[in-house]
Design a protein around this ligand. Structure first.
Ligand code: FPP
Length: 243
C-alpha cells in the first residue's frame, strides 16, 4: 500500500507483478498448438520464481488467467486449468521447501472444486513461509475484484458492522483480494502489448510499468534483471515534486 514520499527506486522493486503475455503467439509462430506455449510459459514461471530471492524481489504477482480468458476455446481453457493443477501438484513440494508463500487472487466460485482444493491446500501448506511471496491471479479481473470488494463492504454496512462514513482507502484495500500485500512497484508485460488488461487497477496507482517485446516463453531471468536495473534509474515522485 502507498505510504507517500519520494523514492529514487535505488532499493529496487520489492514487488514485481507480471502480465505473462504471448504464449499463444509463441506457439503459433512455430506451428505448435497454443497449449504448448502455455506449457513453456509454466517452465518460465518456475525459473523466474527461483530467481526472485537473488534479485531481491520479496513479492511476485503473476497474471495467469483473467476473467475474460473464459471466452477462449473450451480446449484451451481446460488445458490451462490442467496446467494449473499440474503446476500445483508438481511444484508444490518445491515451493514449500524453498520458503515460498503462495496466495491466489481472483474469484474462486467459477473454478472446479478439485482445483480450488489444491489452491487452498497450497496456501495452507505455505502460510508460514516468507522467503518469497508468490501471488497467482486466476480468474482475476480488476473490476471484478473491486465489485466483489464493494459487495462485501455493502453487506457489512447493511449488517451494521461498518459505517459508510468510515469507509476509507484502507477499508477498500482490506476488502480487496490483495489485502495485506504491498502494492506492486514494477509491472512488466511481455510480448509487446502496451495495456494493463484489468490487472491490479487499484494497486497499480503508483506502479512503474515496463512493456517488453519478448514473448513470455522466451522471457529470461536476465531480461527481468535488466528491467530491475532500469527501475533503479527511475525516480518515483508519487505525485510530489523531486527532492
Ligand atoms: C497469455 O498469453 C497467457 C495466458 C492467458 C496464460 C498464462 C499461463 C501460464 C504462463 C501458464 C502457467 C502459469 C502458472 C502460474 C503455472 P496468450 O495466450 O494470451 O498469448 P497470445 O496473446 O500470444 O495469444
Amino acid at each position: 500500500m502507498y505510504e507517500g514520499g519520494n523514492s529514487s527506486c535505488s532499493e529496487g522493486p520489492g514487488h514485481v507483478a507480471i502480465i505473462m503475455d504471448g504464449n499463444g503467439r509463441w506457439a503459433e509462430s512455430r506451428g505448435l498448438p497454443r497449449l504448448h506455449g502455455h506449457r513453456r510459459g509454466a517452465d518460465r514461471v518456475r525459473e523466474i520464481v527461483e530467481a526472485c530471492p537473488e534479485l531481491a524481489i520479496s513479492h511476485l504477482t503473476l497474471f495467469a488467467f483473467s476473467t475474460e480468458n473464459w471466452n477462449r476455446p473450451v480446449a484451451e481453457v481446460s488445458g490451462l486449468m490442467r496446467l494449473f493443477r499440474r503446476y500445483i501438484k508438481k511444484e508444490g513440494a518445491r515451493l514449500v521447501a524453498e520458503g515460498v508463500r503462495v496466495r491466489f487472487i481472483g474469484g474462486r466460485e467459477r473454478l472446479a472444486d478439485d482445483l480450488r482444493a489444491l489452491m487452498a491446500g497450497l496456501e495452507k501448506q505455505t502460510e508460514r513461509n516468507n522467503r518469497l511471496n508468490l501471488t497467482v491471479a486466476i480468474n482475476y479481473g480488476g473490476r471484478d475484484e473491486i465489485l466483489r470488494a464493494t459487495r462485501r463492504m455493502a453487506a457489512a454496512v447493511l449488517a451494521g458492522d461498518l459505517s459508510a462514513d468510515d469507509i476509507s482507502t484502507a477499508t477498500i484495500e482490506d476488502h480487496l483480494d490483495t489485502a495485506g500485500l504491498p502494492d506492486p512497484d514494477l509491472i512488466v508485460r511481455t510480448s509487446g502489448e502496451c495495456r494493463v488488461s484489468g490487472f491490479l487497477p487499484w494497486q497499480s496507482a503508483y506502479a512503474e510499468f515496463a512493456f517488453v517485446d519478448t514473448r513470455w516463453p522466451d522471457f529470461t531471468v536476465e531480461q527481468l534483471a535488466a528491467q530491475i536495473q532500469r527501475f533503479g534509474q527511475r525516480e518515483r515522485r508519487f505525485g510530489a515534486v523531486a527532492g
